[in-house]
Design a protein around this ligand. Structure first.
Ligand SMILES: Cc1cc2nc3c(=O)[nH]c(=O)nc-3n(C[C@H](O)[C@H](O)[C@H](O)COP(=O)(O)OP(=O)(O)OC[C@H]3O[C@@H](n4cnc5c(N)ncnc54)[C@H](O)[C@@H]3O)c2cc1C
Length: 463
């Protein structure tokens, strides 16, 4: 007796979804096995790249994968920096949400129903044309997707005042184990029924299931904005200035910090005329035209009373030039050294002036170039350790230094990540942050949604 030949899982996927949605070409599989993480990762070529076009497609593909025990690696635009979208098992498939890119805005309710593959900037531009505002602004907003932003709980400079992605997700539709569908939340601000599954799903990095739709909260678009640049000759004054602004009744919409090496890197890469100082702050305020005028003058006054030089952008072009300096920092660092470990630690603002020199001591101990910049208003700093990719010994020193950067952040009651998530690269450190009992709970939650460990296996928590 001959046994019946079993259909391969990929053939089953083709059968339920159709050929056009399942790509098995070598080129495509290779292309979709990377994300933007700048360090080498454990990665595998997936057996197929699947492009669902609807919620129903996602249900069908999860049903097949759960039955056939095929690992699923969800993907937005692949701009993640911790390997979240990278496939790590050859029998797995990548699920790219790029064809699920529709959205609908309810202007009267100030909410929107958004598919995961919508590009964040395109959504923001559209809602702003209606007088509404979706604030989360990761620097990757021009190409990253709403699904990826939700899965990473992304944030950016404006999150100081407006909060991170999680604050804007009112509800989700997601496909979990065996193709089951969960609907969480509602298009309302107040909803306290049961455990908050929406908030649990946001930031879960594709490990609990696949998001097929999100209900997003929109707020009124601020009518005006202004930006000031503050120049510091002493690092210690930066923390004092931030406190002074915060206790003066002004809530800046962004408060960005660059140290002297970051300033030098930008000026060497794309000069905007920043002077040689120990540190600078970019301060943005928004609101009504009259409140903006008043707030920015007050900021100038406060800083000048501390002996700090302040310049205010007098035109839209000047403002854009200042922000382009901050936004070109990533590529500018690539000019200094070929390799970069960019960590996004957070510590309470009050400890920043004490902690920044300690981060510098770590760099000195390992004889490395360290550049620090970031969102000082919320204590979220990008600590960059630079090394030469051809020099393995220097790279190893950078890896050892990173351990100490995280240790120090946790000592100051902070977190190992404020923006980029855990993914593959920070798994080890998550245990440090959560402790044994907390980590066990994370594992339990993961297995409740995904008992076969098929959703983004190997990311965030070890099962
Ligand atoms: C130049 C640059 C600047 C950046 N700046 C910032 C910043 O300022 N702030 C910040 O927070 N981050 C920043 N990031 C990192 C950030 O994580 C991403 O840019 C963004 O949030 C990821 O979106 P994406 O669409 O590219 O998702 P991907 O990278 O493709 O995926 C990210 C994670 O989401 C999961 N995922 C994607 N879609 C779904 C879905 N539908 N269901 C379930 N899981 C899903 C993936 O499995 C993965 O774990 C930056 C990245 C780059 C390259």
């Amino acid at each position: 007796m001959f046994g019946v030949l079993r259909k391969k899982p990929v053939d089953k996927l083709v059968e339920v979804l159709g050929k056009k949605k399942v790509n098995i070409s070598l080129v495509e599989r290779k292309l979709y096995s990377y994300d933007a993480t700048p360090i080498p990762l454990q990665r595998a070529m997936p057996s197929a790249v699947v492009f669902p076009e609807s919620h129903e497609d996602v249900v069908r593909l999860v049903e097949v994968c759960y039955e056939e025990e095929v690992p699923i690696f969800p993907r937005g635009a692949g701009s993640g920096l911790t390997g979240g979208a990278v496939p790590t098992l050859e029998k797995g498939i990548v699920v790219s949400f790029e064809r699920m890119n529709r959205f609908q805005v309810d202007v009267d309710n100030a909410t929107a129903e958004v598919e995961p593959g919508v590009i964040t900037a395109e959504f923001q531009e559209y809602v702003e044309s209606l007088g509404l505002f979706y604030p989360p602004d990761p620097s990757s907003f021009k190409y990253s997707t709403i699904g990826g932003n939700i899965a990473e709980n992304a944030g950016g400079p404006r999150c100081l005042k407006y909060g991170v992605t999680r604050e804007y997700v009112l509800g989700l539709t997601a496909v979990i184990k065996e193709g089951k569908v969960i609907k969480t939340g509602n298009p309302v601000i107040k909803d306290v029924a049961g455990y908050d599954l929406t908030k649990l799903f946001v930031g879960s990095e594709g490990t609990l299931g696949l998001i097929t739709s999100a209900t997003l909260k929109l707020i009124p678009k601020p009518r005006a904005r202004a930006t000031a640049l503050a120049l510091f000759n002493r690092l210690e004054d930066v923390g004092r200035a931030v406190t002074k602004i915060f206790t003066s009744g002004i809530f800046p919409s962004a408060l960005e910090f660059m140290d002297e090496d970051a300033i030098r890197a930008v000026e060497d890469f794309k000069p905007v005329g920043l002077p040689k100082v120990k540190a600078l702050l970019l301060i943005e305020v928004d609101g009504s035209p009259s409140s903006v005028k008043e707030d920015i003058s007050r900021v100038e006054e406060l800083l000048r009373s501390m002996g700090v030089e302040v310049r205010t952008a007098s035109s839209k072009e000047e403002e854009e030039k200042l922000w382009s300096a901050r936004k070109s920092l990533g590529p500018a660092l690539g000019n200094l050294k070929s390799g970069k470990i960019n960590e996004d630690i957070v510590i309470p603002r009050i400890y920043l002036s004490e902690a920044i020199p300690k981060f510098r001591e770590i760099a000195k101990k390992y004889d490395l170039l360290m550049v620090i910049f970031g969102h000082i208003g919320d204590g979220n700093l990008h600590v960059n350790l630079l090394y030469d990719k051809a020099n393995r010994e220097e790279e190893e020193r950078a890896e050892r230094a990173v351990d100490e950067v995280f240790e120090l952040s946790l000592k100051y009651k902070g977190s190992i990540t404020g923006e980029h998530g855990v993914g593959l690269t920070k798994k080890k450190f998550l245990k440090w942050q959560f402790g044994e009992a907390g980590y066990e709970l994370l594992r339990g939650i993961k297995l409740l949604f995904d008992p076969k460990n098929l959703f983004n296996p190997g990311k965030v928590v070890e099962v």
